[in-house]
Design a protein around this ligand. Sequence first.
Ligand SMILES: *Cc1c(COP(=O)(O)O)cnc(C)c1O
Length: 387
Amino acid sequence: MSKTIYLDNHATTPLDPRVLEAMLPYFGPRFGNPASRTHRYGWESGKAVELGRQQVAGLIGADPQEIVFTSGATESNNLAIKGAAEELRSRGSHIVSMSTEHKAVLDPIHHLEREGFSATILGPRADGLIDLDEFRASLRPETILASIMFANNEIGVVQPVREIGAICRERGVLFHCDAAQAFGKLPVDLASEPIDLLSFSGHKIYGPKGVGGLFVRRHPVRVRLASQMDGGGHENGYRSGTLNVPGIVGLGAAAAIAGEEMAGESLRLKALRDALKLRLEAALPGLRINGSMEHRLPGNLNVSFAGVDGETLLMSLPDVALSTSAACSSGAMESSSVVRALGATEAEAQASVRFGLGRFTTAEEIDCAAARVIEVVSRIRALTPVG
Ligand SMILES: *Cc1c(COP(=O)(O)O)cnc(C)c1O
């Protein structure tokens, strides 16, 4: 049996062998606790953590002191959203976000709603982008926080974060951005971008799972958060708990590689993605592209094949690892709420398939995957009465 082609890089990415190499000593002889300040074992681990912090900060134009390591983007989103809300409660209790956000943003907001906060959840335009006028109009005097993602995990659409941040600044609203899909894939420069809090994850950039971080702005104005994990006061008091040293070393190495290779990798992925799109369009009439092609991650394509159920399609394609929408934690078969939010019908949403290309995707794999998808869609269509 030939190898299954992996096109689900938005769910997770394989560990880059160079990242594994960098991590290995920290599972072995370099086991020290970075909080141990009285011996070499502790110093060695402490140095490794600080290098990781510099590598991460370097990728996004931040000061290393602005990086808080966490267990991943889910925890970072929780810390940012709940931590900011708790800290700013005396100033107001209104939060603005979007319906196309990841559950790791929407669920913490729903949690806060149960605690007395109120939220405005904006829908996207038909192309998946935020309507900036609608966003501006949603901000109230009591709005304390806006949480809008950088790039979408299903349709790959990239939001105008600079403009969103500028509006937030103007109105004195804190801006949190879930950048799990953009970090290491798109240029991010927090020295110039008006973002106050930014979440990221290791396993979306060919690093390890279970590690990520939150950028918490210190310059020119220091953002304060109520910690959500109390204990030894690690990470400037924002996140207690002994640091995941191998994970942080891996995240740092992955960030450094992403920074070096981003420009070339983006061009390569975009060319592969565009070739895939052209091939599918040429062979399959009635293809719906979900989300803007212009403002989009280079490695993402999300399409609906008219008349073909996405789940049925993927079941018939065991040799290509694809996803119908978000990697669903519950495993429940539900059509994509992101695709529905674009104005797609239920049938179109159920017909949506996400292609996530990555660093290790080859032209041969795209060729082979496209041929398989075309073959299976055509077969399903031939079997389904048109109605
Ligand atoms: C993957 C992802 C998350 C969750 O990240 P973890 O590190 O797995 O917790 C959050 N938001 C977006 C947009 C994601 O793609």
